[in-house]
Design a protein around this ligand. Structure first.
Ligand SMILES: [Fe+2]
Length: 500
């Protein structure tokens, strides 16, 4: 199936959101003479106060919440109807995207259309600013001319509002050691998501890799708002490279895909956003391939991946190829492995082109293993309800149904992974060198119980959405239930909007 390019637009605002072509504009940064930016809070480099669990309350269903407070909202609207206009509200962000060796894109979304400016300061007295060309709600401000492996401080201003200063470090130009944090499936439970996010704030790493399903309904603006509220500090200070999940896909309604691309589209090396649900980026000696796992793998994504992997074979200095996709080929969780990847030869394609590590999500568990010559980790534990072990994939080497995240360190041929529960406690520490198999220092998760005998060996029952594809029969009750929940929530929301 061909993945159609999307055009980003705002169907609800009178002023259009930036379309993808906005990022093709490359103006030289302007030198400014503003006062030095105050230094932001610097994330700690070590783990973490395990008692620091946030008091984030579950607030679902939202429609009911709005109904309850609708009279109060109406009263406030009347009371303040004649009040003078306040400064603009930054609703989402600022957050980092397309972070590379010499550039970064700072994105933000406002409550009302305003012009926006980002100011950046760095080593050697570097100062630059980039202003939007018009008043609008969504801004993607690209700044180039940065130095590799350098730390910068930035803040944005828009309509009288100013963000807190935040900080980022550009990618290195050489193959030096680096770290990153992996998490996924942060949807559906804001309380747990917030707890995991607070722990990740203290985890060392230059950037994030998210394995998809950031929200339950990619077309639901409130859920995106919730994500950006919980991850405000994370996304302001480190760039998140995201593989799209089935819950961001809302086809045939394209709103989910469009929204995902607006916020987290993969980019070219120069920061131009790709109008596709897949892409790649390089950091030090490693190239990451961000894939749309829900594709049928019969069209343009497969051909792109084949060409991209072939090109990576000739890439100077490259020592690791890492695939990131939501529904991976191996899993002992509820969904099981993604059979389409095997049927269409994607796993073999990866192995033949030296992909040595794969990160997936979709099953809300921690799982580590190796299959068809590729080491993998399923990391889908950043908030969504946990799944039991319901399959017995022969590739599985460790399994634990727990909320968690991963700290990954790359140093030459070596890759080390520390898997941590939401409490900060270590699940296990494993790594490998070159083409070797996993080697683990601790292995609590190996003692995880095997699945019930009746379920062992069963194949995937995933009800995930596949544009143009068909769901497998065993998953239809889940799909039907999910559809009913979505429909109910939309009805409740519409009702509350009418009442307000
Ligand atoms: Fe999923």
């Amino acid at each position: 199936m061909d993945s159609k390019p999307f055009t980003v637009h705002d169907a609800t605002a009178s002023v259009p959101f930036a379309d993808l072509s906005d990022l093709r504009v490359r103006e030289a940064p302007q030198i400014v003479s503003a006062q030095p930016l105050p230094r932001p809070e610097t994330p700690a480099k070590s783990m973490v106060d395990t008692a620091a669990r946030p008091a984030f309350q579950m607030q679902r269903p939202r429609g009911q919440r709005h109904l309850r407070f609708a009279p109060l909202a109406a009263s406030l609207a009347i009371a303040f109807a004649s009040a003078p206009a306040a400064s603009a509200e930054i609703r989402k962000g600022p957050f980092l995207q397309a972070l590379g060796q010499t550039g970064v894109t700072v994105k933000l979304e406002l409550a009302t259309p305003e012009a926006a400016t980002v100011e950046i300061e760095g080593p050697g007295g570097f100062k630059a600013s980039r202003a939007s060309e018009s008043a609008k709600r969504f801004h993607a401000l690209r700044v180039d001319g940065l130095s590799p492996a350098s730390t910068y401080t930035y803040r944005v201003t828009a309509g009288g509002a100013q963000s807190a200063p935040a900080q980022f470090t550009t990618a290195p130009a050489d193959n030096r050691p680096f770290r990153f944090v992996v998490y996924g499936d942060s949807r559906s439970d804001p309380s747990t998501h917030a707890a995991v996010a607070r722990m990740i704030e203290s985890a060392p790493g230059d950037f994030f890799v998210h394995t998809g399903d950031m929200v339950y309904d990619g077309a639901d603006e409130e859920e995106w708002q919730e994500l950006f509220t919980i991850e405000r500090k994370l996304l302001a200070n480190r760039c998140a490279f995201v593989a799209i999940g089935n819950h961001e896909l809302t086809s045939p309604d394209p709103k989910g895909q469009i929204t995902f691309l607006r916020y987290f589209a993969a980019t070219e090396n120069d920061g131009r956003e790709r109008p596709h649900l897949y892409g790649s980026f390089r950091w030090s000696n490693t190239r990451f391939f961000l894939l749309n796992a829900m594709d049928t793998w019969t069209g343009d994504e497969k051909e792109w991946l084949r060409a991209e992997l072939a090109a990576a074979l000739d890439e100077p200095g490259l020592q690791h190829r890492v695939a990131v996709l939501h529904h991976g080929p191996f899993s002992s969780g509820r969904h099981g492995g993604n059979v389409r990847l095997k049927k269409q030869g994607i796993v073999d394609l990866m192995r033949d082109h030296k992909v040595d590590l794969l990160f997936a999500g979709h099953d809300h568990v921690y799982e580590r293993g190796e299959g068809q010559g590729i080491k993998y980790i399923v990391s889908g534990g950043a908030g969504a309800p946990l799944y039991r072990r319901e399959n017995s994939a022969p590739e599985t080497q460790a399994f634990e149904a727990t909320h968690h995240f991963l700290e990954v360190a790359v140093d030459g041929e070596k890759v080390d992974v520390v898997a941590r529960r939401a409490s900060g406690a270590v699940i296990e520490q494993c790594g490998f060198k070159g083409t070797e198999s996993w080697s683990c220092k601790t292995g609590d998760a190996k003692a995880a119980p095997k699945p019930p005998a009746a379920a062992a060996g069963s194949s995937s029952s995933c009800a995930c959405q596949v544009p143009g594809g068909s769901s497998s029969l065993p998953g239809w009750p889940l799909g039907l239930a999910a559809s009913l929940v979505l429909a109910l929530r939309r009805v409740l929301r519409r009702t509350s909007e009418v009442d307000a």
